[in-house]
Design a protein around this ligand. Structure first.
Ligand SMILES: Cc1ncc(COP(=O)(O)O)c(C=O)c1O
Length: 380
């Protein structure tokens, strides 16, 4: 049987991985600065993560949400501490799209309203409402078309205010990525986030922070919104949360009340998923990875800005992007083929760096050297 062909594949067969390196079948090492779409947060095959999962595997791997699962309570406790939001409630699920789908649905349940405000270039996932709130018509099927979602210009406070003044009482939620990922690493301004908070308070709208890519420490703070000192009503999390084990979740403000049946999932919050997420948080604490992401991220950002040939270096912590001018051709492919470095992209013009939060300065320097050499190769 052939696979349903929806992914253009790189010519790379990864057979093992360790820390920030992955290895092909010839045992060639590749420096992984992409982590399989921002997923590898504490490093491939981290010993604590492997041990936590395998110890749990020997006890019980899965049971559904019909029974008490103490690991969920333990994870909620850990999340309360690391996020600084002890009064929020945790709902566990399996993927970023599912987290956003649930967040949007919850906002509609809570407000009794239907309209959703999203932003140009947003990416929130592939399920029905999440994809409707995603600004890319290639991903939406006719059935996903809806008048309930409006896309406003990114970081445009006036446009937001105008929309709220006209429609405020119909809006269920505003959903925004603190740092747009798939859209090309664009940081939401502090002023914009404050304005969203303000308007959501005035019109009783639910503020959803999609922290699926930019959250869980990647930006150097646990949530990217923490940089602006702004609180959302719902935070969605996925990618880095399990370091590759599928697990996702929502943190929900206490004024949004739960009712039986409102949300649900078979696999979400299972024992192995909780063990993986706990291992990630414990490692982040033990290895001081938030501060490491801040430090190495700032170093990389600064150094990248000195490199001639690339443009518009941007980001926060270890979520970094830059533009690649056309004359450099396919820099990402060249880094992969000639320097064995994996980076991400966001369209043909943008390179995205989403390395493990544990990378050190030596790795950063190796990358910077290789990048300069690759640019020189392509633009002698
Ligand atoms: C900001 C954001 N939200 C949601 C998603 C969807 O996550 P998933 O692919 O786990 O459904 C992604 C994935 O790239 C994302 O970057």
């Amino acid at each position: 049987m052939k696979l349903f062909d929806v992914y253009p594949l790189m010519d790379l067969n990864i057979v093992k991985a360790n820390g920030s390196y992955v290895y092909d079948e010839q045992d060639q090492a590749f420096l992984d600065l992409y982590g399989g779409h921002a997923v590898i947060s504490i490093g491939h095959g981290h010993p604590h993560w492997k041990q936590r999962i395998s110890v749990q595997m020997d006890k019980i791997a899965f049971y559904s949400n019909a029974v008490i699962n103490e690991l969920q309570a333990e994870l909620a406790e850990k999340l309360a501490q690391i996020s600084g939001k002890p009064d929020y409630r945790l709902f566990l699920c399996n993927s970023g799209a599912e987290a956003n789908e649930n967040a949007l649905k919850l906002a509609s349940f809570h407000t009794g309203r239907k309209k959703i405000v999203a932003f140009k270039n947003a990416f929130h996932g592939r399920t029905s409402l999440a994809v409707a709130a995603t600004d890319n018509t290639k991903y939406t099927a006719p059935v996903n078309e809806t008048e309930n979602v409006v896309f406003l210009p990114f970081n445009d406070i006036e446009a937001l205010k105008t929309y709220f003044v006209a429609n405020g009482n119909e809006i269920a939620a505003v959903i925004i990525e603190g740092i747009q990922g798939v859209g090309g690493i664009h940081v939401s301004s502090d002023e914009m986030l404050l304005a969203i908070r303000d308007l959501c308070d005035t019109y009783n709208v639910v503020f959803i922070a999609d922290e699926v890519q930019c959250g869980f420490g990647r930006s150097g703070k646990f949530f990217s919104l923490d940089h602006a000192g702004v609180q959302a009503d719902i935070y969605t999390m996925a990618k880095g949360m399990g370091n590759g084990f599928p697990v996702a979740g929502l943190l929900i403000a206490p004024n949004i009340k739960a009712q039986y049946g409102m949300l649900g999932t078979t696999f979400g919050g299972n024992h192995l998923a909780c063990a993986a997420a706990l291992a990630v948080i414990e490692t982040m604490e033990q290895e001081d990875l938030l501060n490491n992401a801040t430090r190495v991220g700032a170093y990389l950002l600064q150094a990248l800005k000195q490199i001639k040939g690339i443009e518009a270096v941007r980001g926060k912590g270890l979520m970094i992007g830059f533009d690649v001018p056309e004359r450099l051709g396919n820099l990402k492919q060249h880094l992969f083929r000639e320097y064995r470095i994996l980076t991400g992209d966001a369209g043909p013009k943008v390179i995205r760096l989403l390395p493990a939060m544990s990378i050190n300065q030596e790795i950063a320097d190796n990358f910077l050297q290789a990048l300069q050499a690759a640019i020189d190769d392509l633009n002698p």
